[in-house]
Write a protein that binds this ligand. Structure first.
Ligand SMILES: [Zn+2]
Length: 232
């Protein structure tokens, strides 16, 4: 719904009803402002609450707008690849049918038809990361499988928001193809982590001992991974 803040600024507001919620909660997401409230909370109550938080909302919408802008696939923004930041260089070319993407030194050069949508560009970038992941991570898994004598039933690649990898009860491994944004030693850590789950399903002491046996510096690598998560 459309909603007016205390300075008459119009924002889009989404109200999510949750059964066992005591208070009203507010958050700003890339798509707008979301309020969570109990089913019984009156609309007028929610509105009063949101208006009272106008300054906070304005501040966070601004921060969000800057972040959204940085995430756009356009010239002078950047993307991580194998742990390094690459500058985007997007050139429009008339009468072009397909988008081409190539890495030249430290930049992603994209040649595209005029007015190409962001969604289309994102798909091209995702395909790039996925192909790179298949090419880089598959042999890495094979190598570590031999070393650790732990063999997955399958290896898959998909896009995920938070999870870097997973191991199913059938020992099928799945990797987030955005791993290709990270340095190779960290990717290697994720591979060893998931392979270790073939033997130890939980994050028990035995599990970490197994990871440490093959990667004695795994603690530093997890620290580095957390740091990357903050900037990606
Ligand atoms: Zn795990």
């Amino acid at each position: 719904m459309q909603f007016k803040l205390d300075n008459d600024e119009v924002i889009s507001l989404e109200i999510v009803r949750k059964p066992n919620m005591k208070h009203i909660y507010l958050r700003v997401t890339p798509k707008g402002v979301v309020v969570s409230a109990n089913r019984r909370a009156k609309l007028s109550e929610i509105e009063t609450f949101v208006v009272s938080k106008s300054a906070w909302i304005r501040k966070h919408l601004q921060v969000q707008a800057i972040q959204n802008e940085k995430r756009l696939i356009k010239s002078d923004n950047s993307l991580y690849f194998k742990g390094e930041s690459f500058l985007l260089d997007c050139q429009e070319q008339e009468e072009l049918r397909h988008i081409t993407l190539e890495i030249v030194e430290k930049s992603f050069n994209i040649i595209m038809p005029p007015e190409t949508e962001q969604d289309t560009l994102e798909r091209v970038i995702d395909t790039f990361y996925k192909e790179e992941a298949i090419r880089t991570i598959t042999p890495m898994v094979e190598l570590w499988s031999e070393k650790m004598q732990l063999f997955p039933s399958n290896i898959g690649f998909r896009r995920a928001k938070r999870q870097w990898g997973s191991c199913s009860s059938q020992n099928s491994l799945s990797f987030n193809f955005y791993l290709m944004k990270l340095p190779l030693p960290i990717i290697e850590y994720v591979v060893v982590h998931e392979l270790s789950h073939i033997k130890e399903k939980n994050h028990s002491q035995k599990f970490w001992a197994l990871v440490e046996k093959f990667l004695p510096n795994y603690r530093e690598l997890t620290e580095e991974l957390r740091e990357f998560e903050r900037v990606l």
